[in-house]
Structure formats: C-alpha cells, structure tokens
Design a protein around this ligand. Sequence first.
Ligand SMILES: [Cu+2]
Length: 118
Amino acid sequence: MTKTSVWILLATPVMIAMLLLFPGSPSVTASDQPSAANAEVKIDNFVFGPQTLTVPVGATVTWTNKDDIPHTSVSTEGVFKSKVLDTDEKFSYKFDKAGTYPYYCTIHPKMTGKVVVQ
Ligand SMILES: [Cu+2]
C-alpha cells in the first residue's frame, strides 16, 4: 500500500465525520433544508417555551409536553388543535402560510403562546 492510499483511508472517515458535524456546510445544505425549518415548543411547568416562536413558511412545529400534567396546544383562531397531551406526548403542525398564530392550553387557558410564521 502506498503512503497516499493510507492517507486517503485515514482521511475519509474524518471528512465524513466533519460533514455530519457541520450540516450547514455548502456541500450538504440542499438535501438538509426541510429539517432545518422544523422547530420545537416544550411545555414545562405550565409554560410554552419559547413563548413566541418565529419560523419560516413551511416549517413544522412540534409541541412536546415535558410536564407531568396533561396539556393541549389549541390555536385561538381554530387553525390547529392538539389532543390532550400526556407526559412526553407530541403534537405537530405544519405552517404553510405566513402570519401570527396565537394558541393556548384548553385545560389551563392562562397558558398561552404564539407562533410567528414569516
Ligand atoms: Cu395546560
């Protein structure tokens, strides 16, 4: 085996690891875009976090209930409506139109949040 082929054998896993570690690098951006648009809201201690979430058009937002109490995520304007989420249950909604989407928990109406799609 030549010195060059040894170098390639050693360097290839390193280059693959770097691509995985830096998904924002230009060579992989195109195939990675859908997941970059996704965002998460965590429900914890009776609070939606972050309370105002800003996402691009087409993003899917996933709510996860990290509380040991059931909660819901229901659009104030009837755009989306989760079922009752028990601990660690999730609800996802894809936002295809720009706008501001206020929502609340129907079990605890004082819990409110907002998704801004732009
Ligand atoms: Cu609640």
